[in-house]
Design a protein around this ligand. Structure first.
Ligand code: PEP
Ligand code: MN
Length: 346
């Protein structure tokens, strides 16, 4: 349930509305807005009586039930779009289309530094690189763990790029949060509920990737876990889903971007690397992602993909990445125009 207060509502009015809500046994989830305060309420059971009682209070403008099961990430909760601050320099969901790029795995100091300098020069704002790797085979490279995180920090110090890196278990959340500006939850962990809950209090924004066989509604329910546990800063990522098609590693559900834009206020980015599994397809899918209105891209690159320990086939060579960034420029200009037009129309 969402309770909108009248413009003139005082602190005392807000407190008495909160008290009434608690009397009914519901919990206050969030109080938002400066000029016009909106109170988010959660709880089980029929809210009809509580709604009626609140609407009878003179300081209450209206109280509405949220029908979607994903309440706080729904458009009903917030009509506009959420802008998620990644660090001091980077916002996702705002006026800029943000590119995150880097290798699949952090492998060595030389590899991550070369990648970081190249992607920064080409215009990326965030460096990706996995230090904890979810691998299908237990015999494959599992990541450099904290050593990898330290290298990411060094790359950040040298280039000013923000860092996005994956966290695979709730036990590692405090450690990864020390180094990451944005906590990546991989497709395989989209429904690791213990992990999602622990991100509620990690103090960092979260990049939540869609599960290999997850529906859009399930993705939103997973985002709701993080928000309901105290962290409103979630960015969604479409990275391709598993279908009968074998020509690409996954099938990119591009229309998930406008679908999600209708269902949620959270930003949505596209991962063209895992979506295709093939580097030759990454530039075309990136252009399409920008054209359809994604808030950003997360792209795999490598100084020498032939020698990469993971996902070499889908990683762009560094000069290819620069070329792609240049070729995206015109699309990004159009993206900005349509973003401004949309904002003006609201
Ligand atoms: C990755 O980003 O390297 C990764 C493992 O992605 P996903 O979880 O989407 O498979
Ligand atoms: Mn990868």
């Amino acid at each position: 349930m969402i309770v909108s207060m009248k413009r003139f509502a005082t602190k005392e009015d807000i407190a008495s509305v909160c008290e009434r809500i608690r009397d009914f046994g519901y919990k206050i989830h969030a109080i938002e807005g400066e000029e016009r305060v909106v109170i988010g309420v959660v709880g089980v059971g029929d809210v009809t009586q509580c709604l009626e009682s609140l609407e009878a209070m003179p300081s209450v403008e209206n109280a509405v039930r949220i029908s979607a099961p994903y309440k706080f990430v729904s458009k009903e909760f917030r009509k506009g779009r959420s802008v998620i601050r990644v660090n001091g320099n980077v916002e996702i969901g705002g006026d800029d289309m943000v590119v995150m790029a880097g290798p699949c795995s952090v492998e060595s100091e030389k590899q991550i530094m070369e990648s970081a300098h190249a992607v920064a020069k080409a215009g990326a704002k965030v460096l990706r690189g996995g230090a904890f790797k979810p691998r299908t085979s237990p015999y494959d490279f599992q990541g450099m763990a904290e050593e990898g995180l330290k290298l990411l920090r060094k790359a950040k110090q040298e280039t000013g790029l923000a860092i996005v890196t994956e966290v695979m278990s709730d036990a590692d959340v405090p450690l990864v949060a020390e180094y990451a500006d944005l906590m990546q939850i991989g497709a395989r962990n989209m429904q690791n509920f213990a992990l999602l809950k622990s991100l509620g209090t990690c103090g960092r924004p979260v990049l939540l990737k869609r599960g290999l066989s997850s529906t859009i509604k399930e993705l939103l329910m997973s985002a709701e876990y993080i928000v309901a546990h105290g962290n409103p800063n979630v960015i969604l990522c479409e990275r391709g889903i598993r279908t009968f098609e074998t020509a690409t590693r996954n099938t990119c559900d591009l229309v998930a971007v406008p679908v999600l834009n209708e269902m949620t206020h959270l930003p949505v980015v596209i991962d063209p690397s895992h979506a295709t599994g093939k580097r030759s397809l990454v530039p075309a899918l990136s252009r399409a992602a920008v054209a359809i209105g994604a808030d950003g891209l997360i792209v795999e690159v490598h100084p020498c993909p032939e020698k990469a320990v993971s996902d070499g086939a889908q990683s762009l060579h560094l000069p290819e990445f620069e070329k792609m960034m240049n070729s995206l420029r015109g699309y990004v200009e159009l993206w900005k125009e349509s973003r401004m037009a949309l904002a003006a129309a609201v």
